[in-house]
Ligand binder design. Sequence first.
Ligand SMILES: Nc1ncnc2c1ncn2[C@@H]1O[C@H](COP(=O)(O)OP(=O)(O)OP(=O)(O)O)[C@@H](O)[C@H]1O
Ligand SMILES: [Mg+2]
Length: 327
Amino acid sequence: MEQADADIIAELRGAGLIGEGDVVLEPLTGGVSCDVWKVETPTGPIVVKRPLAQLRVAAEWLAPVERGTSEVRWLRRARGVDARLAPEVLAELPTGHAFAMRFLPGCPVWKDELVAGRVDAGFAAAVGSGIAAVHAATAHNDADRDAFPNDDMFRALRIDPFLLYVAENDAELAPHLRALAGDLAGRKIALVHGDVSPKNILVSAEGPVILDAECAVYGDPAFDLAFCTTHLLLKAVWLDDARLTEAATALVAAYRAGIDWEDPADLLLRAGQLTAALLLARVEGKSPAPYLTDPEHQRIVREQARALIAAPSPIDALVTHWKRIVA
Ligand SMILES: Nc1ncnc2c1ncn2[C@@H]1O[C@H](COP(=O)(O)OP(=O)(O)OP(=O)(O)O)[C@@H](O)[C@H]1O
Ligand SMILES: [Mg+2]
């Protein structure tokens, strides 16, 4: 056993989560940003998550391990809004911003469901309502603002790679993307999860359970709506499945119904601009969608995204007009 594993086990014992018997850390994912293990305990399975200092992607993509603590704070805050929305945190471990949460048995990852052709617009709507509920509960709230002062991390993990990296290589769109990046960095409205992707959502009998809140920041709630919608629109092109655009429509409509902290038209326009930029980033950026390898798929996304960055459209209209195939 590696020393790091022995340390985790000792800390789980210290937290009173496991007894003295043999304990196995079973790796859960090939995740790029964290070590994630499943551990059997006397009170049922748990998940232990520990952030890596260097992401397992491109070189020089460093991220401070304090994001483990941000994630714990987000999970607890979201459960305070609606306990079905996030797993229960059981303990924060003393070393490396690792933590333990309850394992949710029998809950597939939403992305796997979508890829298998099980597309449920009602579930997408529940995702939209869930993220809107967290935004509504935290909007214009000084305590939440003070608890998530993670602007540097959000810049390093989201604004730089998804918006500014693309701007460096695209002189024509650079002014639009730089203005969008500046606006996103400056807007302090609500608690943003920062990584609302189908990969980070479990499908439980009680609705969506949102994981992986390492990028949480007090910022612009339009980002979460845009980020999740982007994933659905990319998958609609990849899988050429109209039900994925319908799922995006349901997500946006349900989210919109939950906006009570600002004029929905303002938020929907910002979300449309961000979606356009994120779509382009997934074909041109530092973190391209791994499944969008077909040059024709890339062209479909690139052409629509570039036009939408130059001439923005509110996210609801963007989704309505999104083309999976271009004649
Ligand atoms: N509480 C939980 N209950 C059940 N499964 C979980 C739980 N937490 C995490 N998982 C599983 O582990 C996977 C990775 O978790 P998470 O997304 O938090 O880690 P990550 O390292 O940030 O992953 P990635 O970088 O791949 O997004 C999830 O997709 C899910 O399959
Ligand atoms: Mg994840």
